[in-house]
Design a protein around this ligand. Structure first.
Ligand code: GDP
Ligand code: CA
Length: 316
C-alpha cells in the first residue's frame, strides 16, 4: 500500500500517475479539506472532488478541475436571482454537492460519503479526506488603502480575489476539533511509502499535517517518506505557492519546501532544474533525488510516478 498526500490540481497529476502504474487498489490518497466551503447551503469540497473526478476520468482536461463537458445553466439562473456566482459550480458538479450535503445531514462521515462516490465512479484508489470534521483555511491579508488587516475565507482569497492580496498569516479554523480518522491511521501504518505530492505547501499540505495525530503518525511510519516540490526554479508551476511562502517569510524555493516538512520526511525530490539545491536538501538530513517533476502529459505523470517509486526503493 502506498499513501499519497494531496491538494487539488497539482496533487492530482501525480496521484493519477501513481494510480496508473500501481496495481489497482494499492494507493490511498489523503486529501486536503481546508478549502471546503458551503455555497447555497451545499457542502463543496474542491480538492476531494478534483482527485475524485481526475481518477474517475471525468475531470475537465483544460482546467484540471471540475467536470468535462459541463454546463452552467443553474448558475445562470442563480445570477438572475441576484446571487453571487463567482464560485463556478456546473450543473453536473452540483449533483455531487447535493448528494454529499444530503448524506452528511443523514449522519454519514465525509470519509464514508467520499467512499460512496469513489465506488460509484469505479475509482479503485482509496480517497480519504484529511479529517471528517470541517476545517476552514483562513488568510489574514495586509491592510490596503487604510483599511485594516482582514481575514478572508480560502475561496474568497483564491477564486474571488484571484490571490492578489499579500497574506500575513494563515490559520486552519476548526483543526483542533478534528482528529486523524481510523482509515487514515490504518493506511499510514500499513504504508510501504508515503508520498507528499507537489501540492501547495501552505494551503494544501500544511493543513493535512496539522490534523491532530497526522504528523506523529507519518513520522513514526517505518517506510520512506518523500516529498516533491511544487516550486521549480523559484516559481510555482501554477498558483500562489511561491507568493504565499515569500509573504509568510519562507524561502520560496524547493529547499524552502523541504524545510517545511523535513521533520517528517526521509527523502526529497528536486526537479532537474533545481539540482544545484541538492547539498542544501541533504544538509536537512534528507536523501535527495533529482527527477523531471514537470508533468505536462499523461505520459510524464506515469514516468515520474515510476521513477519516484524506483528512487525510494518500492518494488512494483
Ligand atoms: P490546488 O489545491 O488545486 O491548488 O492544487 P495542489 O495544492 O494540489 O497543487 C498546486 C501546486 O501544484 C502549485 O503550487 C503548482 O506549482 C504545483 N504543480 C502543478 N503542476 C505541477 C507539475 O507538473 N509539477 C510540479 N512539480 N508541481 C506542479
Ligand atoms: Ca485546493
Amino acid at each position: 500500500m502506498i499513501v499519497a498526500l494531496a491538494g487539488g490540481v497539482g496533487g492530482s497529476k501525480l496521484v493519477l500517475g501513481l494510480a496508473r502504474v500501481l496495481p489497482p487498489g494499492d494507493l490511498t490518497v489523503i486529501v486536503n479539506t481546508g478549502d471546503d466551503e458551503d455555497f447555497y447551503g451545499l457542502r463543496v469540497c474542491p480538492d476531494l472532488d478534483t482527485v475524485l473526478y481526475t481518477l474517475g476520468s471525468l475531470v475537465d482536461p483544460e482546467q484540471g478541475w471540475g467536470l468535462a463537458e459541463e454546463r452552467f445553466d443553474t448558475l445562470e439562473m442563480l445570477q438572475r436571482y441576484g446571487a453571487a456566482t463567482w464560485f463556478r459550480l456546473g450543473n453536473k458538479d452540483l449533483a455531487t454537492h447535493l448528494l454529499r450535503s444530503l448524506w452528511l445531514r443523514e449522519g454519514l462521515r465525509l470519509t464514508e460519503v467520499t467512499g460512496r462516490f469513489a465506488a460509484a465512479l469505479g475509482v479503485a484508489t482509496r480517497i480519504l479526506p484529511m479529517a471528517d470534521a470541517p476545517v476552514a483555511t483562513r488568510l489574514m491579508i495586509a491592510a490596503d488603502d487604510g483599511a485594516g488587516e482582514r481575514e478572508l475565507a480560502f475561496q474568497e482569497y483564491f477564486v474571488q480575489r484571484r490571490w492578489r492580496d499579500r497574506v500575513v498569516a494563515v490559520r486552519f479554523a476548526g483543526i483542533e476539533q478534528t482528529a486523524i480518522s481510523r482509515e487514515a491511521l490504518e493506511a499510514i501504518a500499513a504504508a510501504k511509502a508515503i508520498i507528499f505530492c507537489p501540492s501547495n505547501p501552505v494551503v494544501s499540505i500544511e493543513p493535512i499535517l496539522s490534523v491532530p495525530g497526522m504528523r506523529q503518525a507519518i513520522r513514526s511510519a517505518r517506510c520512506p517518506r518523500v516529498a516533491l516540490s511544487p516550486i521549480i526554479g523559484g516559481e510555482a508551476v501554477s498558483g500562489p505557492a511561491a507568493r504565499l511562502m515569500a509573504d509568510l517569510g519562507r524561502e520560496p524555493t524547493a529547499v524552502g519546501v523541504a524545510r517545511l516538512y523535513a521533520d517528517v520526511l526521509s527523502h526529497f525530490i528536486l526537479d532537474t532544474r533545481d539540482a544545484a539545491q541538492r547539498p542544501a536538501v541533504e544538509k536537512l538530513g534528507l536523501q535527495a533525488g533529482v527527477l523531471n517533476t514537470l508533468m505536462s502529459s499523461q505520459e510524464e505523470k506515469e514516468t515520474l510516478a515510476r521513477a519516484l517509486l524506483r528512487r525510494i526503493g518500492v518494488e512494483r
